[in-house]
Design a protein around this ligand. Structure first.
Ligand SMILES: Nc1nc2c(ncn2[C@@H]2O[C@H](COP(=O)(O)OP(=O)(O)OP(=O)(O)O)[C@@H](O)[C@H]2O)c(=O)[nH]1
Ligand SMILES: [Mg+2]
Length: 343
């Protein structure tokens, strides 16, 4: 039982018009049951299981004012996060459960990452760290781009920041309601669009404010998530490797012909493949790139990051990797989500 008015604080609060208060002592565990009961009955529906149940976790990352919070509010039944025309409105990462087409997702709103965030204020640095944490913890990241202000270097920088987490990335081009045909063309004609990673990523046009493009966005999210946890069979990978080598013979390295013996699957996020070869050093970069691009194409890994490890090995089974326990758990969770969605 809690004693009423163990401190003067509740009296002071009631004088200010705040009638509901619970007096607790954290040190002596007084009043904690009542507090728990209160929290459970009042905000339980808003709290998501930290493991997220089966809901995929989607982080929304981008420059300030790109419309990240607007997107989340449009998708949630109530306005959950603050939206404003002032850049830098969101300062902490927050997760919001949403439902789209009868399916549940966990969205992470994050603070916009602006140029020079490291040197400005502590708050900005903290916001950046929290945004990166959200990206590293999510199953997929949406990089939101403000189409109205065009693609700028900071978008490319943010992309390289999130790439290192190895998670799938989808680009969403927001505020298309503001774009004339001419402006849209200018956006795509921008030389920056030709950068390697942009060519490789799915790009969906949306209007967070008007609710446009959401169906396509979520279809791509679901497809990409499913692909990102796919464990490719050894036979399929070896069939592709054979074809790739036949199409373009490996070069010689230090006077010896280079042999690729065997390939196997080694993990997800990024999708990791190990190729056992007669040589693992001095592999010509352009041939490595050719192999990388070929696997990207044949496995249809758009928006999914691929890592290929070359290993010198006579015994192809030596050092064969399997999924870590965490990866197995994640894969199970996402597969059961995908399965449910298909019913
Ligand atoms: N016309 C139009 N305006 C939009 C759209 N999405 C967002 N906005 C506007 O853009 C401004 C910024 O939106 P926010 O959702 O606060 O942007 P944010 O990315 O969360 O910004 P930070 O929290 O500062 O990083 C607001 O004035 C929104 O109304 C859109 O699709 N179309
Ligand atoms: Mg915001």
């Amino acid at each position: 039982m809690i004693k009423k008015n163990v401190s003067n604080a509740s009296y002071d609060l009631s004088q200010k018009g705040i009638k509901d208060s619970i007096s607790i002592s954290a040190e002596h565990s007084i009043g904690l049951d009542e507090l728990k009961k209160y929290l459970k009955s009042n905000i339980a529906e808003n709290i998501s299981d930290p493991e997220g149940g089966n809901s995929p976790r989607i982080s929304i990352i981008g420059r300030p004012n790109a419309g990240k919070s607007t997107l989340i509010n449009s998708l949630s039944s109530k306005d959950r996060v603050i939206v404003s025309p002032l850049a830098g409105t969101t300062i902490d990462a927050i997760n919001v459960p949403v439902e789209f087409d009868g399916r549940k997702y966990e969205l992470f709103d994050t603070a916009g990452i602006r140029k020079g965030y490291k040197t400005k204020t502590n708050i900005e640095y903290f916001s950046y760290v929290r945004a990166m944490h959200a990206a590293s913890e999510s199953d997929i990241t949406i990089l939101l781009i403000d189409a109205d202000s065009g693609l700028v270097d900071q978008d490319l920088k943010i992309l390289s920041m999130i790439e290192k987490f190895g998670k799938p990335i989808i680009l969403a081009l927001n505020k298309i309601d503001l774009l004339s045909r001419k402006k849209m063309k200018e956006f795509f004609d921008n030389k920056k669009m030709e950068k390697r990673f942009f060519e490789d990523l799915k790009l969906i046009k949306i209007s967070a404010l008007k609710g446009k493009g959401f169906k396509k966005l979520f279809k791509e999210i679901d497809d990409t998530l499913q692909k990102s946890v796919t464990k490719f069979t050894t036979s399929k990978l070896n069939r592709i490797l054979k074809r790739v080598i036949e199409d373009r013979s490996p070069p010689s390295v230090s006077g010896k012909s280079l042999k690729f013996r065997y390939i196997h699957f080694a993990g997800i996020n990024p999708t990791t493949l190990v190729i056992h070869a007669s040589q693992d050093k001095k592999l010509p970069a352009n041939y490595k790139k050719y192999i990388y691009n070929s696997f990207k194409k044949y496995l249809d890994l758009q928006s999914i990051q691929l890592k290929i490890i070359f290993r010198k090995s006579d015994n192809p089974y030596k050092g064969k990797n399997t999924l870590t326990e965490r990866q197995i758990k994640k894969r199970k969770r996402l597969l059961s989500f995908v399965k449910k969605a298909k019913k």
